[in-house]
Design a protein around this ligand. Structure first.
Ligand code: ZN
Length: 405
């Protein structure tokens, strides 16, 4: 006779908290930040953590930071960061309600944020609850931050928090933030991320009647840039495919994401705008790629660049085996027989704000044997993987906060 299947009510308190959080619609473009703030404040009060920040650095964008004091508060502290917002869903492409926290009979928790990154938020809190309840005292002060707007690239969450006076007073020595799932039994830790350029490029040219051969049009210039960008993209794609050891974070991607122009079918417009999303590998210095982009635009006949967002992510956190933080993370995972693979994050996370301040930051979501489903339809995480992640992060957090010197 097979074992009876667990109903929702039989799941552990940790899973129940996770499901509660998944049900809060902190989804763009109008995230339920008021609700998530109140829910988090109740949650941390239940664990018994001291709230050190409960404020909006940008109107309508609440940030919460809590603290577990260490026995040696003069030592640099450890920060565990989570963003509370999630990206929108196309509900008709999901097999369940994306905000129901539905758990299948075979133990998959479905919902937007199950991987990115409500899982890690709950895992940090539940790991810290266990440390606290066990009476174990940690050497360093431990801070847990819950920030808005990671997904919008505006910097209204961590970007502003890490410039605040209170943040400086915490003397943050290192931080742990989100990572990605991995499909095999290893886990991945991100120690850097690519540079980012999101830019509009507007081309001007001669207008005229849609029936004629107008010379020197805006769209011709735009086509030259688009061709350049796509040729470059293809070369980078081939490089990545040709080398099995190479990861996405080590090549540069250029994608055309939007094209705007024209008013009516029979008028050749005087302007066209193309939007590029460029994620640039560390083979380039920050300015170097911008100059390459400018040279493409010049060759196309000249256009106006207007940056939507860009970030210089030159800083890399150490993965030297002698580095005390890296050593603590890898050592902690070894205790759980987890092999860590260090990689460069292919997209952007809040870690970039911390690294830019010289604070080592590591992106780690303890998810293995799971497809990468962040921002995808039917995002899910296994109950067992989620629960094991609390154990693993518990050891990582304890060992980091007990690093000496
Ligand atoms: Zn995320």
């Amino acid at each position: 006779m097979s074992a009876p299947k667990k109903s929702r009510m039989e799941h552990s308190p940790e899973v129940q908290k996770f499901v509660e959080f998944l049900k809060i619609r902190t989804v763009h473009p109008d995230p339920a930040y008021k609700e998530s703030r109140l829910w988090l404040l109740d949650y941390v009060a239940d664990i018994g953590l001291e709230v050190v920040v409960d404020k909006e650095y940008h109107p309508g964008k609440p940030v919460i930071v809590v603290k577990l004091p260490g026995t040696n508060p003069e030592l640099p502290s450890v920060l565990l960061n989570s963003h509370v917002d999630v990206v929108p869903v196309e509900q008709d492409k999901w097999i369940v309600d994306a905000f129901s926290g539905h758990i299948t009979d075979d133990g998959k928790i479905y919902g937007r944020g199950t991987q990115d990154m409500k899982c890690v938020c709950i895992q940090h809190l539940e790991a810290v609850r266990r440390i606290k309840d066990s009476g174990t005292k940690l050497r360093r002060n431990l801070y847990l931050s819950f920030v808005p707007d990671e997904e919008t690239y505006t910097g209204h969450g961590m970007g502003l928090l890490c410039q605040s006076e209170e943040f400086k007073s915490w003397n943050v020595g290192m931080a742990v933030d989100e990572g990605l799932a991995r499909e095999n039994s290893d886990m991945v830790v991100f120690y850097a991320e690519r540079h980012c350029y999101w830019t509009d490029v507007t081309f001007s040219g001669n207008p005229g009647h849609g029936s004629r051969f107008i010379e020197n049009t805006a769209v011709e210039k735009m086509r030259k840039l688009v061709n350049k960008a796509l040729d470059y993209r293809e070369n980078q794609r081939k490089r990545l495919l040709a080398d099995a050891c190479m990861t996405l974070g080590e090549v540069t991607t250029v994608n055309v994401t939007m094209i705007h122009g024209g008013t009516t079918p029979n008028v050749v417009p005087s302007e066209f705008t193309v939007t590029l999303d460029c994620r640039v590998s560390h083979e380039y210095a920050f300015e170097e790629f911008k100059n390459l982009l400018k040279s493409w635009i010049d060759e196309a006949g000249g256009g106006e660049m207007s940056f939507i967002a860009s970030s210089n992510n030159d800083a890399l956190s150490s993965i030297d085996p002698k580095d005390k933080w890296w050593n603590a993370i890898t050592g902690a995972c070894k205790k759980h027989s987890v092999k860590l693979v260090p990689e460069i994050f292919p997209a952007g996370t809040d870690s970039r704000y911390l690294r830019a301040q010289g604070i080592p930051a590591y992106g780690f979501s303890p998810i293995n044997n799971t497809p990468i489903l962040l921002h995808d339809h039917n995002e899910w995480l296994g109950v067992d993987t989620f629960m094991r992640g609390i154990d693993i992060l518990g050891t990582v957090i304890r060992d980091l906060a007990n690093v000496s010197g």
